[in-house]
Design a protein around this ligand. Sequence first.
Ligand code: OSB
Ligand code: MG
Length: 369
Amino acid sequence: ISVRKVILHHMVMTLKNPFTTSFGTFLDKEFFVIEMEDETGASGFGESVAFSSPWYSEETVETNKHIMGQFLIPLLLESPIEHPDEVSIRFKPIRRNNMAKSALENAVWDLYAKRNNNPLYKELGGVKQQIDVGISIGIQPTAKDLVHVIEEFVNEGYKRMKVKIKPGADYEMLKEVRRHFPDILLMADANSAYTLDDLDTLKKLDELNLMMIEQPLAHDDIIDHAKLQSVLATPICLDESIHSIEDARKAIELGSCKIINIKIGRVGGITESKKIHDYCSQQGIAVWCGGMLESGIGRAHNIALTTLPQFILPGDTASSSRYWEKDIIEPEVFVEKGVIHVPNKPGIGYDVNRQVLESFRVDKTVFSK
Ligand code: OSB
Ligand code: MG
């Protein structure tokens, strides 16, 4: 594969509903669609998942543009590669900036699968024709609102409800949810809103039969999470703390978590995601695929990854209509009775709707050899 041209489509899409986490509220999503062409005229698409502000991690849309444009794209254009696994090796001299790396690597994976006339999920060794899907629900003003929203998604068939929590919007709200829905698969995501000083609150959550609690403590911690897991019955799932297979190994060895949320962007690409998947499979650690409020392009990569066998828990790959009035892919992602039927077309399996893409595009930068 000789990459000849990389186009960064700078996008701004308005979310259908504001999405509130412990660290802030998202009203829209700003990101890059990466379009890549090779010497044969084949093309591939990727999506950068960093947000406009460095709330979830240190990367932003602007840092992604800087790192891709100044460092990563020149490395890709420099000389051909044989396989997408070589992209992360080529990017190794650049420290971290995993979301920038991943956006480009994902486009290479799509391009590579299309050249081979093979669906991406098969290229990755995926084994599932359909995947189970849960939904992530932002912090609501009241418990009553939350119960309402959950009822709607239960009726739509989503297989697992994930509720965002923060101090003051946690135990009482979840207790109310549990009272209304004694049997649903329910979990909480704190996005690092607690410390070990909140042990009493966190321990009370054990009453609620949660599938897991995601990232209760600091975004860069695995030590305190191990302490917490040793006194908590509820499994801890790590999100923010895991950036690589090495992080996963250390967290598992320490007992910091029993489950890992794999986000392709956070770990620097599909190649690293597969490594973490394989390691967790050997260790008997369940994984699931997280989301970053992606458009359909990022979502398509998530769907392909989720077909790997150790993705045994429902992921955050909700329908396009959960996020957008109109998505930029065709067909849109559609969750039916809690499952997505994985498309069998070459590459990511969905077509990019050029007209819609251009309607949400605010800028375009072209890099070529
Ligand atoms: O922690 O998983 C997270 C959204 C924004 C930032 C962080 C997270 C989330 C979600 C939503 O939970 C996942 C999605 O529906 O894409
Ligand atoms: Mg999370």
